[in-house]
Design a protein around this ligand. Structure first.
Ligand code: DCS
Length: 500
């Protein structure tokens, strides 16, 4: 109405009221509704509730909750690498580098941190500005240089895409690969549920291939082939294959021979290989050092040119390793192969979300180009890095030995990554109690463990496991061995309570 407004006038709009109900869960995208991500599922939610109750002063059988459900090192006691934070701080507050402030800044920051921040800011401009969608070129050049030094084969900055963590990279690539509801992707079982959750949201098909627990979780080519053939017989158009190396949740590091078999299989079957290598510096056994799929592939092409023509995406992240800067959301993927038209579509896809976090990009630069011998910051960097590495290795061994002491628990060595994936053999009474509670045996055990000890692990079913087996996934990030003893004690009580 055009009537003059007054404090009492209320404008009324006469429209035909649509009798639409308010949005409810049945109205949202059913594929997103169907997706599951156990790392932050029922157990994690309950752990947060217990933490809140402790903070509110409630008395529980433990005085703090330990999140062993997620590989989040700095949530526990891991400290950030000093040099990385110094460079990030300087790039976030460029006034510290002004002529006027530099004399004071030099008293607070090492010269190589100041120099690195100046070089980065010259490349980036402001960390508050959008960068190129693929990421800052200077940083991508450093990633390419790192890859050349790591693998001994050429790497091109044009093949490098910086991402908001590896998660965003995985989502981008799967989003492009899943062309329709019958498109499938071969996924290792057990796997990190980013893959099955993303495939569910994209309405694609997760095609399982089982890792061989008896062979330290190595890949079984027969199982991979069976998985492919079974899926194709059901009308699935399998277009890609995921390998996680070192493995999450299994901690296995693949032998080069197995990697060659996987590459040959992908070439023969025309599959895009997604090589998730975020744990490439989390390796603990000397006879299984990390070797990239890119290196093995290039070596194979040099021996046999008929291997050329494979399409592969390799993922890395600043969330893992000895860096553990999960919240920064830094990462990248490297494209190997790919038709130019497909690359244009990948670029278009990443351009829609403008650019990855610039501070995450800076962290990628630091990850691939850390202080070197002779640099002012190298002694401190090396000391911190070695301390973190050694403590992760010790903690993996301490928790593994605790599991090996537990009745009915069998656990493969942690060759790498941040996790253990023990297998449990539980008494029938425990299985019956779980069924009675409407829970899977692994979830039942994890819930009881959490209630009794405050230690939050994730049921193996959240990662996939062979029918009839029972596993748990835990990180070994928590400090000390006290919590491992809590787990041992709980297990003894649990097995006594449900003894057949
Ligand atoms: C194998 C693997 N790939 C990708 C990611 C994603 O990492 P960013 O997006 O942070 O780069 C993770 C994270 N690991 C999850 C997070 O913590 N615990 C886990 O199992 C992972 O384990």
């Amino acid at each position: 109405s055009n009537a003059p407004r007054s404090s009492t006038t209320s404008r009324t709009f006469t429209t035909t009221m649509h009798n639409k109900s308010r949005l409810n869960a049945d109205m949202v995208n059913p594929h997103v509704r169907a997706a599951e991500y156990a790392v932050r599922g029922e157990l994690a939610i309950k752990a947060e509730d217990l933490r809140d109750r402790l903070e509110a002063g409630e008395k529980l059988p433990f005085d703090h909750v330990i999140n062993a459900n997620i590989g989040n090192p700095q949530q526990l006691d891991q400290k950030p690498l000093t040099f990385f934070r110094q460079v990030i701080a300087l790039t976030e507050c460029p006034d510290l580098l002004s002529e006027e402030n530099l004399p004071v800044t030099k008293k607070l920051f090492p010269s190589d941190a100041i120099e690195r921040a100046q070089v980065l800011l010259k490349e980036i401009g402001s960390v508050g500005a959008y960068s190129a969608s693929q990421g800052v070129m200077g940083i991508r050049k450093n990633v390419a240089k790192f890859l050349e030094e790591r693998d001994g084969h050429p790497a091109d900055p044009a093949d490098i895409y910086l991402t908001a963590g590896a998660s965003q990279g995985v989502h981008t690539i799967l989003h492009i690969l899943i062309a329709n509801p019958s498109t499938g992707c071969l996924i290792p079982i057990p796997q990190y549920p980013l893959y099955t959750a993303t495939l569910a949201m994209l309405n694609g098909r997760a095609v399982p291939y089982y890792l061989d627990e008896e062979k330290a979780w190595s890949v079984s080519m027969n199982d991979m082939r069976d998985g492919l053939e079974k899926a194709e017989a059901q009308g699935t158009d399998v277009r890609s294959l995921v390998v996680i190396n070192p493995g999450n949740p299994t901690g296995n590091c693949l032998a080069v021979e197995d990697m060659r078999d996987v590459l040959r299989f992908c070439k023969e079957e025309g599959l895009v290989l997604l090589a998730d290598e975020v744990y490439q510096t989390n390796t603990f056994v000397s006879d299984r050092p990390f070797v990239s799929f890119k290196k093995v592939y290039r070596d194979m092409c040099a021996e046999d040119p008929s291997m050329e023509g494979l399409d592969m995406v390799s993922f890395h992240s600043t969330s893992k390793g000895m860096i553990g800067e999960c919240g920064r959301r830094g990462g990248y993927f490297e494209l190997t192969g790919f038709d130019k038209d497909v690359r244009d579509i990948i670029y278009k896809s990443v351009s829609i979300t403008l650019c990855p976090p610039v501070s995450g990009q800076i962290l990628v630069d630091l990850m691939v180009n850390p202080p070197k011998q002779g640099d002012e910051s190298y002694p401190l960097y090396n000391k911190e890095y070695s301390h973190i590495y050694n403590s992760l290795k010790e903690r993996s061994q301490a928790l593994l030995s605790a599991f090996k002491r537990m009745e009915g628990v069998d656990c493969q060595d942690a060759q790498g990554a941040m996790y253990l994936f023990p297998r449990l053999t539980l008494p029938q009474k425990a299985l019956d109690a779980a069924a009675e509670a409407g829970k899977t045996p692994d979830a039942f055990y994890c819930l009881q463990l959490l209630d009794a000890t405050g230690v939050c692990m994730v049921p193996g079913s959240g990662f996939g496991q062979k029918e009839g087996t029972i596993h748990l996934r835990t990180t070994f990030l928590a400090p000390g061995t006290e919590y491992a003893e809590r787990i041992v004690k709980f297990h003894e009580d649990f097995m006594r309570k449900y003894k057949d």
